[in-house]
Structures are given as C-alpha cells and as structure tokens.
Ligand binder design. Structure first.
Ligand code: ZN
Ligand code: ZN
Length: 283
C-alpha cells in the first residue's frame, strides 16, 4: 500500500520510558497528520534504573498495550513495535538473547552512555553545557578521547548486531562541535566517521535521519554533510523524529526529505505489511 507523502516515523517514545504522553495519544496525532505507518521505540531496559529507560517489569504491558492499539486502529494506520536498545557493554546490548527473544517488528541500536576511568557510567546524550562538564569532569578535558570512545562503542555495537537501524548515528557531533568548533573538519574526526559509515554500509544496516533537534539546533543526526556519502555507499535511510511529544512526530520531516533528495536519494525505507519497503521520496 503506502500513500503519498512519506508520512512515517519509527522512532518515538511514550510514558513507558521518557516520552510525555501515552502511546494512544501518539497514534491519534499520527492519524490526524495523515501518517500511514508508525512505530514505537521505547528506551529498552538497562541493568540499572534510570529516569529515561523502561523497566523489565513494564515489558508485558508495553507489548499488550501495543497489541490493543494495533487491533483498534487496524485499517486506519499500520502500527509497529520496536525498542531503542543501548549498547552499554558486552552483557547489555541489542545482540543479547533477552532482547532478541522479544516479539518486536524492528530494533534501533543507540549509544547514549560511556564509562569513565573509574568504571562509572556517564551519560553523554545531554545538552551541550552539561556535555562540556562531562568532558572536563570525567575525562580531563580530553575531547578527542571522548569522541573516540563513543565511536569505538558504536563500532562494537555494529559488530555485535541484533538491530536493524542505527539510531542518531553521529549525535555527539553537535556537543563536540560546541566544545571545539571546527571539529568536523579535523582529519582524524573525518576519518573516524568515514570508517564508521563504511562499516554500516558493509553490514547493511539502515541509518535513520533523526530530526529531533532540527528546529532547535539546526542539525540532523547524522549531519547533512554525510548524506551524499551515505547515498554513494548504498546505505538505506529512513526519516525519524525521535519524538517524546505527540505534536512533534512530524518535526523536521519535510526538511530531511528535501535534504536527502539534494544528496541524490530517491527513496526512503518505510514499513508496510510488516516489511521494509523502499518508497519514492515524494517531495
Ligand atoms: Zn536515543
Ligand atoms: Zn530515542
């Protein structure tokens, strides 16, 4: 099926994690915006509690609430269930059996956390001013080390697998550039990012164009400067808003689709009938 407009989103949060509304509010808003295919991707449980991840004891609820909505809205919109799973360490990442056994339609793999030298978990998916404090307070102001640690973990996540879509591929770039303007043009950084995308291409993962911060910060994740590289390397992409609020599910989508077209993309990936399909960009 698939109607005009590329009205889809597969990265969204709800009250099961740090989203600000129930799943059904997102569905209603998606319907009112004319979306044809929509997916949920709560932050998967970690081995410890956080303010932003789901707990394991909520998982059955998550699955059954989704099944209820899927049945209720069948015929009006295609609904899909996923998770955004962190690569934390070798025991907790998208490739572990506990996640693989879940009856999900797709999985997003992301890195939000690093370890400092004392073995403590440090959140680097934070606003730029907090990121600066993390680099200075936990890593002695060594930005290059933090960036290399981040990509090392992302690379390990690619190796281990267990997911379909790379979440906000180079999200740290915004904070790192606030810390050190011009970073994206530094050869070592460019090399690191190229090696990463080349590995993504080799292993056939999809990359999302994450529009969450586009209106606020003026960048997609990954940064638009890599779109034509992704295209040349045959990487399939999808546009996701990573929305935590129903009214933001459509944010930045037309802008991302236009940017993809400028980079040579003619299609984006969308889920119909339970399968990823390459759909023409209709912008
Ligand atoms: Zn994320
Ligand atoms: Zn997310």
């Amino acid at each position: 099926m698939g109607k005009v407009g590329n009205l889809t989103n597969y990265h969204s949060h709800s009250l099961y994690c740090d989203g600000r509304a129930g799943m059904e509010d997102f569905v209603r808003f998606a319907l009112s915006e004319g979306f044809t295919s929509y997916g949920f991707s709560s932050h998967a449980p970690l081995p410890f509690s956080t303010a932003w991840t789901m707990e394991w004891d909520r998982m059955d609820d998550y699955l059954s609430e989704f099944r209820r909505l899927k049945a209720q809205y069948a015929g009006s919109i295609e609904l899909y269930l996923g998770l955004e799973i962190d690569y934390l360490n070798e025991e907790s990442n998208p490739s572990v059996r506990r996640f693989k056994e879940l009856p999900l339609d797709y999985r997003i793999g992301s890195v939000h956390l690093l370890y400092n030298d004392r073995g403590e978990v440090v959140d680097v998916d934070v606003p730029a001013d907090a990121f600066r404090k993390v680099v200075d307070g936990h890593f002695g102001g060594d930005l290059e080390r933090v960036v290399r640690l981040y990509y090392k973990r992302l690379m390990r996540m690619l190796e281990l697998g267990g997911f379909d879509i790379v979440g906000h591929a180079d999200k740290m770039h915004y904070n790192a550039c606030c810390y050190r303007p011009g970073l994206l043009d530094e050869p070592w950084y460019d090399e690191l990012v190229h090696a990463y995308f080349s590995e993504i291409a080799r292993r056939g993962y999809q990359v999302e164009i994450n529009t969450k911060s586009y209106h606020e910060l003026g960048t997609f994740y990954p940064n638009e400067r890599y779109f034509s590289l992704l295209h040349d390397w045959g990487i399939r992409v999808q546009v996701n808003s990573d929305s935590h609020y129903p009214e933001r599910i459509n944010n930045g989508r037309p802008e991302a689709l236009r940017a993809l077209k400028r980079a040579g993309y003619e299609t984006v990936m969308e889920l119909y009938g339970g399968k990823w399909k390459e759909m023409p960009i209709l912008f």
